[in-house]
Design a protein around this ligand. Structure first.
Ligand code: TYM
Length: 334
């Protein structure tokens, strides 16, 4: 990352817990791509985070490589930005430990993701699941990120990151940059196609509830056609119409059209026409990524080279932060 002009720093990661969904794409990736032109950006695979849920070793590795290829396929430039894998930069775990010691048990207990995930994986409520937000705080604070583009579901973790940074700064003098979340207007919370009260998630057991970014266009059309709506057959945005409103969010995020424009476009038409248009917009939106991904995933040597470069560039920044942070805390250094 060339940051000679002192551009603002942007960082965001995604877990390799499966192929990213349309939710990840619209909530995060689309903003990443837009920001990558203007800011000094770091993007990557949060693989340390994903072992909080038990995963077969071969799956973890395959998903991480797939995700890395998807990040490059999206058009993020590994020369201009830092594209990396979290576990390749040991400083994340080092700063994570330090931040654990500046985070209260009570505040970590209030994290809704911890409550949800520990209910869902009741047989494996491990300490990593609990300290997950401090590792996420480390990811961000290591690089003095100004902005963190995320979907609405990660906002609480970002607030905790800010609290930890402010607390540390209060004790040792200004050290960490206090980051701001960046949540896009459209696509911030893409919901399940089958249960629109729940967010779209790659770990949902119902395959029809999500769209994967690498999914075959025919499957995308089918899933959108079978999305849950209502019996009113009128396209407008309302809390009482979560299924239709979600499809409007998706359509708006893909086309840039406002909700009013979408309502006008489908005035007097049924949900069949509306869903066909949404499906086409999604297929077209994902097409360039899919074409590029199919090429990149075959080129393991190139992916490895990019990962190595990304890790080197990230480590240079992160190691310096950890060293300075340890000095502040009072660790013996030579
Ligand atoms: P993860 O892997 O669950 O999701 C990656 C990004 O996608 C967004 N997202 C969504 N946006 C809209 N609608 C949805 N249905 C949807 N589902 C997911 C998420 O908000 C996120 O921006 N803890 C993070 C990963 C992480 C991270 C970080 C993020 C680790 N360290 C540092 C930012 C900065 C997570 O689990 O995201």
């Amino acid at each position: 990352m060339e940051n000679n002009e002192q551009k603002k720093v942007v960082l965001s990661l995604i877990q390799p817990t499966g192929t990213p969904t349309l939710g990840n794409y619209l909530g995060a990736f689309k903003n990443w791509k837009a920001m990558s032109q203007e800011y000094a950006c770091l993007f990557g695979a949060a693989d340390l985070h994903s072992i909080t849920v038990r995963t077969a070793p071969a799956d973890l590795k395959k998903r991480t490589i797939d995700l890395f290829a998807i990040l490059l396929a999206m058009g993020l430039d590994p020369e201009k930005n830092i594209i990396f894998c979290q576990s390749h930069v040991p400083a994340h775990a080092q700063l994570g430990w330090i931040l654990d010691c500046y985070t209260q048990f009570g505040e970590a207990s209030r994290m809704t993701q911890f409550k949800d995930k520990s209910a869902k994986h009741a047989d494996n409520v491990n300490l990593g699941l609990f300290t997950y937000p401090t590792l996420m705080a480390a990811d961000i604070l290591l690089y003095n990120a100004d902005y963190v583009p995320i979907g609405a579901d990660q906002k609480q973790h970002l607030e905790l990151t800010r609290d930890i940074a402010n607390r540390f700064n209060g004790l040792y003098g200004d050290f960490f940059k206090v980051p701001e979340p960046f949540i896009g207007k459209a696509g911030a919370r893409v919901m399940s196609l089958q249960e629109p009260a729940k967010k779209m998630s790659k770990s949902d057991t119902n395959q029809k509830s999500f769209i994967l970014v690498t999914e075959d266009p025919n499957a995308i059309v089918k899933k959108i056609k079978s999305a849950v709506t209502d019996s009113e057959a009128r396209v407008y945005y309302s809390e009482d119409k979560p299924g239709v409103s979600n499809l409007m969010e998706i359509y708006s995020a893909c086309t840039g059209k406002s909700f009013d424009e979408i309502t006008a476009e489908f005035e007097g038409k049924g949900y069949g026409d509306f869903k066909a248009a949404v499906a086409e917009a999604v297929v077209e939106e994902l097409r360039p990524l899919q074409t590029e991904y199919a090429k990149l995933i075959k080129d393991k040597a190139y992916l490895e080279e990019c990962a190595r470069n990304g890790a080197e560039k990230a480590s240079r920044i992160a190691d310096r932060t950890v060293r300075k942070c340890m000095k502040k805390v009072g660790f013996w250094q030579y």
